[in-house]
Ligand binder design. Sequence first.
Ligand code: GTQ
Length: 350
Amino acid sequence: MSQQDRQDFYQAISQHSMTPLWEVLHALVPAKPNTPCRPALWRYSDVRPFLMQAGQLITAEEAVRRVLIMENPALRGQSAITQSLYAGLQLILPGEVAPSHRHTQSALRFVVEGHGAFTAVNGERTRMQPGDFIITPSWTWHDHGHDASAEAGEPVVWLDGLDIPMLRFFDAGFAENGSAASQPLTQAEGTSYQRFGTNMLPVRYEPPFGQTSPIFSYPYERTREALHQLEKNAPVDAWDGVKLRYINPATGGYPMPTMATFMQRLPAGFAGQPYRQTDGAVFSVVEGSGQVSIEGPGGISEFEFGPRDHFVIPSWHTTHLQSADGCVLFSFSDRPVHVALGIHKEERAS
Ligand code: GTQ
């Protein structure tokens, strides 16, 4: 058989929408993850002026969601920061409303700057303060707003993390617009936190949102205090510093079925050991500064980061975190899906 015979054969079967496995087997079943994603950093000082310009170009109402999407440089045009995750920075200005809608995609909000904004989920409003982690469960009505009166004049920016690419992969996305811009409020602010957020649950607890946490907001104040106390009083992990994961208090599991969220403190002088994991992760720098080195098939990327910067660590890229002065980092990934499928892998080297 000549090469030409093979090419003719491939041509012939191609007419029947078939192709030979042996030409693609290595790529289909790689020896190790071989993501097309690249490490990337979005410096807030670069990004913020564009966000504010977007604020002049279009209202939140017209845009529905006024967001600048952070696209992985290797996945341009796909609205994806990793193959499975979407990330964007959303701006809301005093007096604005981002109208009510719902979709099967789950969303997380991580507040980056400003005071005075709120998000309403399922009839309950939640204030957004810098560092708060807020959940929009799949298929719940949600709108965002900003009380100009509450806090004069500050723009509010938050990180949106959604499982948009994952739902697109499964062709399982549905969405609906609300009938009014702001949904009717049926519960006092703080009700879900009081019911579910104090290490207690209602006696006859029924999960309101399936596997998703019944808490809408995890305030930064408490997380920050816990991390600082742990840094002083408990051993610091050589890879992660002091790192906690957010939970669904009713299950101890991840707060959303598709996304895990974490907050970590790197103590001053921290020089982390290298690790890699299959879940690509998106980071939002909350306080302080540091460096991250990320090594993959494309080489080594080294980023210096400061408050409100964002960066992405793709799957199976060897990562070192360092901080001379100490810092606090929020992150999210698709780990719950890896765990559910039994394919999560992590390697911690020394
Ligand atoms: O706030 O509902 O960044 O539906 C992308 C899609 C935010 C939202 C995004 C959305 C939203």
